[in-house]
Design a protein around this ligand. Structure first.
Ligand code: ZN
Length: 250
């Protein structure tokens, strides 16, 4: 299926990830299309991302500040309204009841009509543990959020139970069923990724960086997109698996 972006005009879309740059790489084009259609897109980044560097001269605190600034810059490019940082330690995220409670509180407060999150179904050794943890916690939170006996203190404090009707899982392990062509969002997605300079540096080696810079100078978007897509298919099409509210926690 394809997303009916207009349907989300005036609605909130909640994107749950572990690190800055996770969402922009996996669903940056979808986010830009949704925000262009009038959706309010809110990111939740669960960890501080303080371990994501090879640069020994950089302190953890400096890296955290840099990554927040980079995310803010990417948000301006893609039209993201806000990023909420939960600030858990990088690499140590657990899908525990505390994280589920914090996400439940957000779902009840923001009342998103759509959520985007990682697909947690990858084999354990293939998936970053933080990616799995935030995805599992988000899915559980959306199962608990309509039930007032879960986190009753939130309900007593005025939060109304609410369930988001649809979660689109990205970084799909198998059976993708929802597709977002990057197309005209290519330039913005590239710019948003390049805004995460501290992450590009260790994700790409020098040869690949040079290749990317060269591609960016080619004037034809379609040609660029095909070339970049050869080593990063997420620049051609973003793929998702739909998880409807009724599909979870039987
Ligand atoms: Zn990540």
């Amino acid at each position: 299926m394809f997303i009916n972006y207009k349907k989300y005009s005036g609605k909130t879309v909640l994107v749950v990830t572990a690190h800055t740059d996770d969402a922009d790489y996996n669903c940056g084009a979808a986010v830009a299309r949704l925000s262009d259609a009038g959706a309010r897109v809110v990111y939740v980044v669960c960890t501080k991302g303080e371990k994501g560097t090879m640069d020994r001269a950089l302190s953890a605190d400096e890296l955290v500040r840099t990554r927040r600034d980079e995310q803010d810059a990417a948000n301006r490019i893609l039209g993201v309204s806000e990023t909420i940082h939960f600030d858990y330690p990088d690499g140590e995220l657990k899908a525990d009841f505390e994280l589920q409670g914090r996400l439940t509180a957000l779902i009840r407060e923001l009342r998103p009509e759509l959520m985007l999150a990682f697909d947690p179904e990858w084999p354990e050794h293939r998936q970053h543990p933080d990616h799995r943890a935030c995805a599992v916690a988000a899915i559980r939170a959306n199962s608990f959020s309509p039930l007032f006996q879960y986190f009753p203190e939130q309900v007593a404090g005025g939060a109304e139970p609410f369930q988001c009707p649809l979660i689109l899982l990205f970084d799909v392990f198998r059976n993708p069923d929802t597709f977002v062509p990057v197309g005209s969002m290519f330039r913005r997605k590239c710019d948003a990724m390049l805004a995460h300079e501290s992450q590009i540096a260790h994700l790409l080696n020098d040869d690949r960086k040079k290749m990317l810079e060269t591609f960016m100078k080619i004037p034809f978007d379609a040609a660029k997109q095909l070339l970049i897509g050869a080593f990063a298919p997420a620049f051609i099409v973003e793929i998702f698996r739909a998880l409807r509210a009724g599909d979870t926690l039987r």
